[in-house]
Design a protein around this ligand. Structure first.
Ligand code: WT7
Length: 630
C-alpha cells in the first residue's frame, strides 16, 4: 500500500491527482476486490447535481473490509473493544471472528426479511455488535441508518420515518460513564409513530428491565440461534447506497446524507491510510461514536478496509476519572489516537497528573476533528500527549464529504497549529467572495467551496434531491458549497474560520438553529425564538436562545426548565441551550429578517461594536437585550 513519504512527494501526487483525477482514483480503486471492474471512472454534472464514480463496478464493501484480509491476517485483531467499565475485560475480535459474527448476523437480517435496498435503523451503544450490525447490513445490501444513541425518541422516529426503515436494531440499555440510559424504552416510545418498522432486534447490554412486544421484538442472542456463520455477500453496484446518515441543516428537518458502496469505500480507505500515515500492524483509536460520520469512516470502514486494528470505546473521557483516555492508550499501546478538540479542552482542565501517570510512548500520530482546534488546546495536545514528537493531523471534513478534505499528512506536512493545512490529493478547494467570484492567491479569506468531485462525496439527500441541490450546489455555480469560511495564508495553508450559515458546531457536532428554534416554540408560552452560538471554553460553541413569550413568565427558571425538557425529549440533551433569555422583541430588519449578527455579539459579550443598527425596525430592543443578558 502506497502512502506519501515526503512533502515533495505530496506536491507531486497532489498535482497529478488534480491534473488527472480519474487516473488517480482508478489507481487507488484498483487495490480493492471488485466482483466486476468499472466501465468508466467518473461522470459528473454539478448543475443537476449528478455524481457517479466507478460506473458499473460491482463489489461488496464487507469483502473488502473482512474477507480479503483473511488470507494474511485472519488471527489479527480487527476490533479491540474497551468497555465503559474500567474493570470489564477487553474484547479482541480477530478478522476471522469478525467474518463469522458479521455473517451470522447477516443471516439474522435475512431471516427477518431484510433484502438489498431495505433500510435498517441502528440505535445502539458503542459495543462491538454495533459495528457488526452495520457490516451485516452492508453484507446483505441493506442501507444502514445509524442514529446516535443520545438522540431522543422524536429524533429517532423522524429519522426512521424519513427513510422508512423496516427494522430497528437496539439494546436494552446503554452505559455512559456513571449513568445508564434505557434505549429500548426510547425506541418503544419512538415506534408509536413509525409504521414502516416490522421488527426490532434487541441486544442485551445493561440487563435492565424492558418490555418486549410479541411478534415485533426479539433478543439478538435468540435471533442468532442456529444461524450459520457463512453468508455470501450481496453483489452491489458501486453507486448503490451503503448508508444514510442524518445531519442537521440550517433550515428544517435533518438531512439524510446518502453515501455509496464504491466511491465512499475508496475514499475512506485512502484518506485513512494517507493522513495518519498508517503502517501495517499499528493500533489505531478513534474516540468518536459510530453514530457520527467520524465513526463510520474512521472506526469502521476506513481502518477495516485497510486491515488495521481499530479500537472501539464504549465510555466517556471523564469516567471513572479524567485519565481514562491515557490509561487506555497505555494499556492497548495505541499508535494513532484521534479525538475532538472539545475532549482535549475538557481534559486539559484536569490535573496534569491524570496524564503523567501513564506511559504514552506508544503514540506516533495524533488527530483532531469536528471544529477548529484552538492554539492553546493544540499546544497542550502536542506537548503533554504527543510529547512534542507526534504530528497532529487537524482533519477538516463533513458528514457530506465522507472523508478528510483538508488535512496535514502525518510526518510529511510541516504543521502550523490550528491550520488544517493542505487539501488531500484529489481535493480542489476554492475560496469565493460573496459576489460569487473566485479569490486567487495567498493571504486571502473567503467562503470555502470545492470545484471538482471526489469519490467520497454524498450523492443526494434521501428522498429530497432538490434540497441537495439547493443546499450544496446553488450558492456558487458549478461548485460544492461547504458552509464554512476559510483563510488561505501567505504559505498557502488553509485555516477554517467557522460556519458562514445558521449551523452551530457544539462539541464538534452540527446543530441547526432552525431545528432548535422549532423545538422551543413547542412550549405553549413561546411566541418566537432566535437561537445563536457563542464561544464556549470546552464545547467550542454553546447555544444561546432569545425567547419572546406570549405572557411574561411568572417564574423564568420554571419556564427555562420546561423548555429544557421539551428539547431533551424532541431533539436530545445535546441540543439544550446553555442560556435562555426572555425578551420582549428581537432585532429585526424592516423586511422582518432577524439580525442574528447582533444577537451573536450580545451572546458572546461583545457589546461595544454592534455595527449598524439603524436599519432595524425598532433599535430599542437592542438596549433591552443588552440589559437583560444572562
Ligand atoms: C463541520 C462538519 C467531520 C466529522 C465531524 C463533524 C466543522 C469539522 C473541522 C476541523 C475546523 C471543522 C466544520 C464542518 N469541522 N472538522 N478540523 N477544523 N472545522 O461533522 O457534523 O458534518 O460537521 O464541522 O464547520 O463544516 P459534521
Amino acid at each position: 500500500m502506497n502512502t506519501i513519504g515526503s512533502f515533495d512527494e505530496y506536491n507531486k501526487v497532489y498535482s497529478e491527482s488534480v491534473s488527472n483525477p480519474e487516473k488517480f482514483w482508478a489507481d487507488e480503486a484498483e487495490q480493492f476486490y471488485w466482483r466486476k471492474k468499472w466501465d468508466k471512472v467518473l461522470e459528473w454534472d454539478f448543475s443537476k447535481p449528478e455524481i457517479k464514480w466507478f460506473i458499473n463496478g460491482k463489489l461488496n464493501i464487507t469483502e473488502n473490509c473482512i474477507d480479503r484480509h483473511l488470507e494474511k491476517r485472519a488471527n489479527e485483531n480487527a476490533i479491540i473493544w474497551e468497555s465503559n467499565d474500567v474493570n470489564e475485560p477487553n474484547q479482541f475480535i480477530t478478522y476471522q471472528e469478525l467474518h463469522d459474527r458479521v455473517s451470522r448476523f447477516a443471516n439474522v437480517l435475512k431471516s427477518k426479511g431484510i433484502k438489498k435496498g431495505d433500510r435498517v435503523c441502528v440505535y445502539m451503544p458503542m459495543v462491538p455488535e454495533l459495528a457488526i450490525c452495520i457490516l451485516a447490513c452492508a453484507r446483505v445490501g441493506a442501507v444502514h441508518s445509524v442514529v446516535f444513541a443520545g438522540f431522543s425518541s422524536t429524533s429517532l422516529s423522524d429519522r426512521i420515518n424519513d427513510s422508512e426503515c423496516k427494522l430497528v436494531v437496539t439494546s436494552d440499555g446503554a452505559f455512559r460513564g456513571a449513568k445508564s440510559i434505557d434505549l429500548k424504552a426510547i425506541v418503544d416510545e419512538g415506534l408509536k409513530s413509525c409504521h414502516s418498522v416490522e421488527s426490532v432486534i434487541v441486544l442485551k447490554r445493561t440487563g435492565s428491565e424492558i418490555e418486549m412486544v410479541p411478534g415485533r421484538d426479539i433478543w439478538w442472542d435468540e435471533a442468532e440461534m442456529g444461524m450459520s456463520n457463512v453468508c455470501p455477500a450481496e453483489e452491489m453496484d458501486a453507486e448503490d447506497p451503503l448508508f444514510i446518515l442524518y445531519t442537521s441543516g440550517s433550515t428544517g428537518k435533518p438531512k439524510g446524507m446518502v453515501h455509496t458502496c464504491g466511491g465512499y469505500m475508496v475514499y475512506a480507505n485512502y484518506t485513512f491510510r494517507t493522513a495518519f500515515n498508517y503502517k501495517e500492524g499499528q493500533i489505531y483509536w478513534c474516540t468518536a461514536d459510530i453514530g457520527w460520520i467520524t465513526g463510520h469512516s474512521y472506526i469502521v470502514y476506513g481502518p477495516l478496509s485497510a486491515g488495521a486494528t481499530s479500537v472501539m470505546f464504549e465510555g466517556v473521557p471523564s469516567y471513572p476519572d479524567m485519565g481514562r483516555f491515557w490509561q487506555v492508550v497505555e494499556k492497548l499501546k495505541v499508535d494513532i489516537f484521534y479525538t475532538a478538540p472539545t475532549a482535549i479542552r475538557a481534559l486539559q482542565k484536569a490535573d496534569i497528573s491524570f496524564v503523567d501517570k501513564y506511559d504514552l510512548s506508544s503514540l506516533k500520530v495524533l488527530g483532531s476533528v469536528g471544529e477548529p482546534i484552538n492554539e492553546e488546546a493544540w499546544h497542550w495536545y502536542d506537548e503533554h500527549i504527543g510529547k512534542g514528537k507526534c504530528p497532529i493531523v487537524d482533519t477538516w471534513w463533513q458528514t457530506e464529504t465522507g472523508g478528510f478534505m483538508i488535512s496535514p499528512i502525518a510526518h510529511v506536512t510541516k504543521l502550523k497549529p490550528a491550520h488544517a493545512s493542505f487539501p488531500m490529493p484529489g481535493v480542489q478547494p476554492v475560496l469565493m467572495n460573496s459576489e460569487g467570484n473566485e479569490i486567487e492567491g495567498n493571504d486571502v479569506e473567503g467562503i470555502l467551496t470545492i470545484k471538482y468531485p471526489w469519490p467520497g462525496m454524498a450523492r443526494t439527500i434521501w428522498g429530497d434531491h432538490q434540497r441537495f441541490k439547493d443546499t450544496y450546489f446553488s450558492a456558487f455555480k458549478g461548485k460544492y458549497f461547504t458552509g464554512d469560511g476559510a483563510r488561505r495564508d501567505e504559505d498557502g495553508y488553509y485555516r477554517i474560520t467557522g460556519r458562514v450559515d445558521d449551523v452551530i458546531i457544539v462539541s464538534g457536532h452540527n446543530m441547526g438553529t432552525a431545528e432548535i428554534e422549532s423545538a422551543i416554540t413547542e412550549h405553549e408560552n413561546v411566541c418566537e425564538v432566535a437561537v445563536v452560538g457563542y464561544p464556549h471554553d470546552i464545547k467550542g460553541n454553546a447555544i444561546y436562545a432569545y425567547v419572546i413569550s406570549y405572557h411574561k413568565p411568572e417564574n423564568e427558571d420554571k419556564e427555562r426548565k420546561e423548555i429544557y425538557d421539551i428539547i431533551s425529549s424532541t431533539l436530545g440533551p445535546i441540543a439544550k441551550p446553555d442560556k435562555i433569555q426572555f425578551v420582549s422583541g428581537l432585532p429585526k430588519t424592516r423586511s422582518g429578517k432577524i439580525m442574528r449578527r447582533i444577537l451573536r455579539k450580545v451572546a458572546s459579550g461583545e457589546l461595544e461594536n454592534l455595527g449598524d443598527t439603524s436599519t432595524l425596525l425598532d433599535p430599542n430592543v437592542v438596549t433591552e437585550i443588552i440589559d437583560g443578558k444572562v
